[in-house]
Design a protein around this ligand. Structure first.
Ligand SMILES: Cc1cc2nc3c(=O)[nH]c(=O)nc-3n(C[C@H](O)[C@H](O)[C@H](O)COP(=O)(O)O)c2cc1C
Ligand SMILES: O=C(O)C(=O)c1ccccc1
Length: 386
């Protein structure tokens, strides 16, 4: 039981007598604006941009805005409980860091900074297949803090199997298979800027360190990086995958498997039928199918079909505490946050990620309390207008 929000708020106001001229932002839009100042066009728009005309990216935010909370009074919200159960373990908050690749383009410390910040706060971290550091290096800085591994299912089954085994060996406790990115979408900003980080050897840390990947090259990535990158580009995505292929993963890991990028209720039903352990309702932050439904609008239909057969998580458009409350009210067990901590990373490295997350949790805790709920597990659809 805690008062996380009040404590953070108090700490901030307590600096009133002693203002810090280098204070970090509090407002999401200000973090984004500060990130814009420190990053070049290529990296900034790689993070901030979406697919096509960015209609889905905008819809993600509008869907949150459309739904309104109806606060309840006199419910004793003094001591609150933000914990949630994640596959039998208790997480302190209903938050996770969304898998984000190529963080070296955001800050020189890359994933090591964001993973450390998450570990210190007790927010589970999801390491991307496309991270700039290897999954083992990231695991090492996290100690025994909770971490999951996000799999981009390679065209080369040996690499896929090797990734999953390495994740298991280095202490990751779930596999998140991202299904919405068998290829990168038409991203107008990146095409305009002629910017693709992989082609300059960023975001390939897991591949270049992988024995199965290396065994397919005639020269090592150190001797011939260009050939290694070409091989990566040819094998990274796997548009030929079908539901039947999921059994391959099951044979190679005992960890829970979650499918990320589910938007249709029938696909959620299939995830249950094919024995998956969870799903993440997501449109990849509006970065894949421009014109796709917002993740929040897709969520209630999915949670009503899935019921309690598996946990349903969501991401795409979480910017503030109220967004988290709304997603949980529509049936999400917890949410993943993508861009907000990455702007924190750009502005202030590990400290920035920690600040963004901590403020978002505080905001969420206080919104929950002020709306009349004492525990995350008490949040339900009756809190919302539609
Ligand atoms: C720069 C960037 C890189 C990303 N890389 C990955 C990735 O490697 N794997 C993945 O599953 N999702 C990736 N995503 C998608 C996020 O996991 C998440 O779905 C999305 O950012 C959520 O939307 P939000 O940014 O609005 O919170 C990436 C997103 C961004 C912004
Ligand atoms: O940019 C992305 O959204 C993404 O998912 C990705 C895909 C491949 C490598 C790195 C990130």
């Amino acid at each position: 039981m805690s008062n996380f929000g009040n404590q953070i708020q108090y700490q901030i106001y307590a600096t009133m007598q002693n203002p810090n001229p280098d204070r970090l932002p509090v407002i999401y839009e200000e973090w984004e604006a500060r990130a814009r100042e420190v990053l070049d066009d290529g990296p900034f728009y790689y993070i901030a941009g979406g697919a096509g005309g960015e209609s889905t990216m905008k819809t993600n935010l509008q869907a949150f805005d459309r739904r309104k909370i109806i606060p309840r009074m006199l419910n004793d919200v003094q001591d609150r409980d933000l914990t949630v159960d994640l596959f039998g373990k208790t997480a302190s908050f209903p938050f996770m860091l969304a898998p984000i690749g190529v963080q070296s383009i955001i800050h020189p410390d890359g994933e090591l900074a964001s993973a450390k910040a998450s570990a210190k706060l007790g927010v589970p971290y999801i390491t991307s297949s496309a991270s700039s550091k290897s999954m083992e290096e990231i695991a090492e800085v996290m100690g025994d803090a909770e971490r999951w591994f996000q799999l981009y299912w390679s065209k080369d089954p040996d690499v896929t199997a090797s990734f999953v085994q390495r994740a298991e060996a280095s202490g990751y406790s779930a596999i998140v298979v991202t299904l919405d990115t068998p290829m990168l979408a038409w991203r107008e900003q990146d095409l305009k800027n002629v910017y693709l980080p992989f082609l300059i050897g960023e975001g390939v840390g897991n591949y270049f360190s992988d024995p199965a990947f290396r065994s397919k090259l005639s020269k090592s990535p150190e001797e011939n990086p260009t050939a290694a990158i070409m091989h990566w580009a040819q094998t990274f995505g796997n548009p030929g995958l079908t539901w039947e292929d999921l059994s391959f993963l099951r044979e190679h890991t005992r960890l829970p498997i979650l499918l990320k990028g589910i938007l249709h209720p029938d696909d959620a039903k299939k995830a249950v039928e094919y024995g998956m352990d969870g799903i993440i309702v997501s449109n990849h932050g509006g970065r894949q199918v421009d014109g796709a439904v917002s993740a929040l609008d897709a969520l209630p239909r999915i949670t009503s079909i899935v019921g309690n057969q598996m946990p349903v998580f969501m991401d795409s458009g979480i910017r503030r505490g109220a967004d988290v409350v709304k997603a949980i009210a529509l049936g999400a067990k917890a949410v993943l946050v993508g861009r907000p901590p990455m702007y924190g990373l750009a502005v202030a490295g590990e400290k920035g990620v920690k600040e963004v997350l901590q403020n978002m949790i505080a905001d969420m805790d206080m919104t929950m309390a002020l709306a009349g709920k004492r525990a995350v597990t008490d949040i339900d659809e009756s809190m919302l207008t539609e």
